[in-house]
Design a protein around this ligand. Sequence first.
Ligand SMILES: [Mg+2]
Length: 423
Amino acid sequence: MFHRSIIDRVDRRSFLLAPAAAAAALPALAQTGTRGIKPLKVTGCRIYIVTIDGRYPILVQLLTDQGVTGAGDAAVAYGTGAASAAAMIKELVEQFVVGKDPFGIEAIWSDMYDHTFWAKGGGTIIFAGISAIEQALWDIKGKCLGVPVYEMLGGKMRDKVRVYANGWSFRCVKPADYAREAERVVKDGYTALKLYPLAVPQGDTEGHIEHVALRSIDGDREQRAIATVKAVRDSIGPKVDLMLDMSAELTTDAIIRIGRKLEEWNIAFLEEPVDPSDVEALKKVSEHVNIPIATGERLYTRYGFRRVMEMHAADILQPDIGNTGGIMEAKKIAAMAETYSMRIQPHNCSSPVCTAASLQLDATIANFYIQELYPYRVPEHFAIVDHAPELDIKSSYMPIPSRPGLGVELVEGRVRRFLWGTV
Ligand SMILES: [Mg+2]
């Protein structure tokens, strides 16, 4: 077992004995340190850009002096920035992580936040790098202690989480295409699905979509968007949750006009109706459109979400565990959101490592709503880990894994060819 060398050094009685006996064993534990484990040090990392079928999760595998490794995912798996995120991880590991005790997750996080200079007020790449490292540290700590990460976050509140399917619509052109594919998703057992009514396929073999340019569309495209939503609702029936992602494509007036037309189709949420940085515009949309508003995949850390909460500019927050700052940062965002009566729907666009990290959070937050997933990616995408959580989805629910750490292990034979660099 990957963590056996460490566990064998632990006073195993503390894990295996009844509570009273374990308490009696505590003085003995104290003699070997409060954790009863020989301290570890991070010695370096491997960084992979896992390019499969036109997407490219950036993975880090932290290495330690005791052989335990931890995996993390910098979730910028599409768009521009993969090489930048890989380089960011390299610099962060070199400057802030090598030589450190991987159990000191908050200390390392704060060191990166305080002393990279650019993290304060920073954006996607720096927080994708920090997130990947943070996930990998949790993975190491969980493996060493023999517990899933959720046990260190307060324990799980649920055994499985509801998921919705995304990515199934990327090759659709006409409303009838969307209706047919949506029907297939529902037949596969999903009770919630999302589409991008304003986007069009790029026409490439890898199923990329093109978002609106220059903040405007013509009347035909607007009509097609409305007709698409109607066709999908008609095909899936009234009970399936239907989410719409507008990808911050239009101006406030246009999205309010279109949003009002979409109200009659019982939409679960309208995602990124306007630029995520324009909190006032988000607030205006939420006041004029009778559909819950969602945002957050392009907001970073507690600081990035704070004004959205204070202004009640959205109903559903979507931090990405792979770019908002990591598992604990997302947990803090969720706790803040709870006090503003908002739900959490973790954004998830990357590899099964990010899905596994998301599940650790999902298990432990009271205001969890639903988890985003791309279940229709090619089999190679899921095969980079020994057992992708996505493989266990049944009837739109995904079980919380019980294995130590994040619950997934990179398959070296499958990721080796994607090695980008090492520290
Ligand atoms: Mg989105």
